[in-house]
Design a protein around this ligand. Structure first.
Ligand code: NAD
Length: 504
């Protein structure tokens, strides 16, 4: 397969002018500032290796300043004591600004992350705007309860009156990954701000441009200074300092399971709360009675969308034996037909991996699978002048214990294995330390609902995969995490429950 790297450039005036000021800064207390060390990191276009700009290499001193700004704004009550209606109006304004700048944000995301433009333009940036709209509406629906207790030792003639208050948790640090930057950030920011918290966002070092642009839009919407801060920099430095900070009340993290475990350790100092959205190795299960016109392209899209750099990617394919050859051949044909190139090229269906390091990692898994005895049906190549492209890959002849089947590869690589019947599914689908998502493809409603119940995963899709909405909770069982983003409950991640119990 070839990578077609045509000459491309961003078309929107917004992206062009954003890139004309290549030295970006961090947002602390409403001001755009450099790192105190003055050090900077390059922000590169993964398709070409060209430098888009530079971002501050924030570290502990910068995190301290951002946490202080967030703490001061929280204690002042400027945000948490604003009426829910006014807070909601400002979050709604953020959603409008994201939508008004949708083309620019999609172009910046492509230049920074590599993804084909249509993904940002039609799925992720609208998804980010929707998060702000959805949680703007939640500000006025944060409610405690009145509780009828059974306490019967109050003084003669008195009564008990008990109720709960929902209060914002305080200062929150949000740490996010590089695969779908803006929408995953919005999934933290929107419910966190809706709850009345103040926060510091630490985006992934490889993809900080849209977080910086979002900071500009949030300030333009009129949020008070210090409520939303952005610190850029390396995970083990700026991220670690945020996770360890004694004046941060909660870390909301999305990223790999390995880093999630480090966050748990770092959070111990002040026992800060931790929400974790982690890795996955999600199965797509295709039964022989599935509608193949849906199932074959659906299972292909489940793994090749965004080059497989999706936490819920359908990276393990299990197909009922009598349909196995047909389904695998169908998915391999789709893989072979996909055009690889720069994400800004409208013909591109699959972009580069986010970095050479990630592409090398993916290639390492593919080669490891072959050494373990697996067979490449199609793909498996590392391509492009700077080695960031991986051709869409289908691997067969695998065993459950192979690394290629068990480890999260986070690239366009699917491993396929046959199953005898639906009775095999629970053991094989659940035979993973992850439990983020799964899809089941069948026309038999009884099979579908039974499998949806038996698969241990935070989301089970039936006859579809990768369906997201601000209203649908997403998160994992087992080592895929501890909580849920999106949906009504997400706002609870950022609330404390206080019980008030009175004798009246
Ligand atoms: P990563 O864990 O390497 O990095 C995520 C974030 O953590 C980055 O901002 C990084 O700078 C920071 N970080 C790294 N080391 C740190 C440390 N010691 N202390 C504090 N912060 C640190 O993940 P990634 O490679 O950027 O993203 C890919 C991973 O994210 C995959 O495992 C994917 O499954 C997962 N992910 C999960 C979800 C979900 O909702 N469950 C969504 C998207 C991605």
């Amino acid at each position: 397969m070839n990578v077609v790297l045509n000459e491309v450039a961003p078309q929107t005036e917004g992206a062009q002018s954003f890139l004309k000021t290549p030295a970006k800064n961090m947002l602390i207390n409403g001001e755009w500032v450099e790192a105190q060390s003055g050090e900077r990191l390059d922000s590169k276009d993964p398709a070409t290796g060209a430098v888009n700009g530079t971002i501050p290499k924030g570290a502990k001193a910068d995190v301290d300043a951002a946490v202080k700004a967030a703490r001061d704004s929280f204690e002042s009550g400027v945000w948490r004591n604003m009426t829910p209606d006014d807070r909601g109006r400002l979050l709604w304004k953020v959603s409008e600004l994201v939508e008004a700048n949708i083309d620019e944000l999609a172009e910046l995301e492509t230049l920074d992350q590599g993804k084909p433009l249509f993904i940002g333009r039609w799925a992720e940036i609208p998804g980010a705007a929707q998060q702000f709209r959805y949680f703007a509406g939640m500000t006025s629906k944060i409610e405690g309860q009145t509780i009828t207790s059974s306490i019967n030792y109050q003084p003669e003639g008195k009564r008990m009156h008990a109720y709960t208050l929902k209060e914002p948790i305080g200062v929150v640090g949000a740490i996010t990954p590089w695969n779908s930057p803006l929408v995953l950030e919005a999934m933290k920011i929107a419910p966190c701000l809706a709850a009345g918290c103040s926060m510091i966002l630490k985006p992934a070092e490889a993809t900080s441009l849209t977080a910086i642009r979002l900071g500009e839009l949030i300030m333009e919407a009129g949020l008070p200074p210090g409520v939303f801060n952005v610190i850029t920099g390396l995970g083990p430095e700026a991220g670690q300092a945020l996770a360890e900070h004694m004046d941060v009340d909660k870390i909301a993290f999305t990223g790999s399971t390995a880093t999630g475990k480090k966050i748990i350790d770092a959070a111990k100092g002040n026992m800060k709360k931790v929400a974790l959205e982690l890795g996955g190795k999600s199965p797509s299960v295709v039964m022989a009675d599935a509608e193949m016109e849906l199932a074959i392209p659906g299972a292909a899209n489940a793994i090749f969308f965004n080059g497989g750099q999706v936490c819920v990617a359908g990276s393990r394919l299990y197909v009922e034996k009598k349909a196995f050859d047909n389904v695998v051949a169908g998915i391999a044909d789709i893989a072979k037909s996909m055009q690889m190139g720069h994400g800004l090229d409208p013909a591109t269906q699959i972009g580069p991996m986010v970095s050479k390091i990630q592409a090398d990692r993916v290639k390492g898994f593919i080669d490891g699978g072959v050494s373990d005895g697996a067979e490449i049906v199609t793909g498996g190549e590392q391509l492009g002048d700077n080695g960031t492209f991986i051709s869409p890959t289908v691997i067969a002849n695998t065993r459950q214990d192979m690394a290629v089947v068990q480890e999260e590869i986070f690239g366009p690589v699917v491993v396929a294995a046959p199953i005898d019947s639906m009775d095999d599914v629970p053991a094989i689908a659940n035979g993973s330390r992850y439990g983020l998502a799964a899809s089941v493809w069948t026309q038999d409603i009884s099979k579908a609902t039974r499998l949806a119940a038996d698969i241990k995963a935070g989301t089970v899709w039936i006859n579809c995969h990768l369906m997201f909405d601000a209203s649908l909770p997403i998160g994992g069982y087992k080592e895929s995490g501890w909580s849920r983003d999106s949906g009504q409950q997400a706002v609870e991640n950022y609330l404390e429950t206080k019980t008030v119990c009175a004798v009246v």
